[in-house]
Design a protein around this ligand. Structure first.
Ligand code: CUA
Length: 339
């Protein structure tokens, strides 16, 4: 091969390489990472991306060079020279990709195995997914329950996921791990948050009308702040009664992700507006308290106009009696206090 040809090939490869590099770096394909697992996944991502960019440059350079150099002259209808295979070249283009793909596979397998390691004292969190809300429980802390997830930074968390109705999927983009929650089985995922901050929790499996609204928040805090929060939240969950306890039941069951209710600062739009319960009870032709209770345990008994039936999960009829009572009181007290 002439030196001129090599210089040209290298030039084309350089141009293609610059284009590939800009495409890899500029659009910020991945969000900033906030967990150890996400950092490891990031290493695999960049390893594969760099290899792809290099192969793209090589192929693009040879392709462009061939198109420019070996074009048929205008009016030339003759066949090209027939060529026999080149054994050395064939061995090279088989062996090199084989080595590269194998190395990607090994790298990925090592990262997957590492990402699943929990260490000997992980924080355990049980996640419950249902249409269309997330709730969280801390079994090592008296089953403390919440709808906004709070985690201490730099501690490995072992999540157990359950779904009450259909398949959902737990995803915090900054943590880079996704895990389906499947009715009837327990699934697990391990995450070690390594940055403090507030990140979105997203349902990433189409699960019904409110799928897009099935979101929550994870707050990653310092270990001290987290311990303090556990203490005060446990105290709050233990005491109370009446409407106060009702507020807790409302929050813990994720009612606010589907319903608007001012006393609870919620603005969900999937189900009817709970600030208008009195009018809705009138339309249903029932006394307020009876109407509210019935709507929780048997949501399809009366369906507010403009809202489809069968969207509200029927699972709330299994709420313990005191919780149901205080939830009803909370809802009634919010809508004008009528008894
Ligand atoms: Cu739950 Cu989508």
């Amino acid at each position: 091969m002439r030196r001129g040809a090599i210089v040209q090939l290298l030039l084309f490869a350089a141009v293609a390489g610059v284009i590939a590099t800009i495409m890899a770096l500029y659009p910020h394909w991945l969000p900033p990472t906030a967990s150890e697992q996400a950092d490891r996944i990031g290493y695999v991502f960049w390893y594969v991306t760099i290899i792809c960019a290099a192969i793209f440059s090589l192929v693009a350079a040879i392709l462009i060079y061939s198109i420019v150099k070996f074009r048929a002259a205008p009016g030339d209808d003759s066949d090209g020279q027939s060529i026999h295979g080149h054994t050395g070249l064939e061995i090279a283009w088989t062996a090199v990709p084989f080595a590269l793909v194998t190395s990607m596979g090994i790298f990925s397998a090592v990262v997957l195995a590492r990402n699943d390691r929990t260490g000997n004292n992980p924080l355990r969190v049980d996640i419950t997914a249902q249409q269309f809300a997330w709730s969280f429980k801390y079994p090592q802390h008296n089953d403390l329950a919440t709808t906004v997830l709070r985690l201490p930074v730099d501690r490995t968390v072992r999540f157990r996921l359950r779904a009450l109705d259909v398949i959902h999927s737990f995803w915090v983009p900054e943590f880079a791990q996704k895990q389906d929650a499947v009715p009837g089985i327990d699934t697990f995922v391990t995450i070690t948050p390594n940055k403090k901050g507030v990140f979105p929790i997203i349902c990433t499996e189409l699960c019904g009308l409110g799928h897009a609204a099935m979101r929550s928040t994870v707050i990653v805090m310092s270990q001290q702040a987290w311990s303090k929060w556990v203490k005060s939240a446990s105290k709050a969950a233990g005491g109370g009664g009446g409407a106060n306890a009702g507020r807790t039941v409302f929050d813990q069951n994720g009612c606010g992700s589907c319903h608007t209710f001012k006393p609870a600062n919620s603005a969900g739009k999937v189900g009817p507006d709970l600030d208008k319960l009195s009018e809705e009870a009138q339309r249903a032709g029932k006394p307020l308290e009876e109407f509210v209770r019935e709507s929780i345990v048997d949501p399809n008994a009366y369906v507010e106009k403009g809202y489809p039936a069968n969207v509200m999960p029927p699972t709330f009829k299994s709420l313990p009696k005191e919780q149901l009572d205080s939830l009803v009181q909370f809802l009634i007290s919010g809508s004008g206090g009528a008894k």
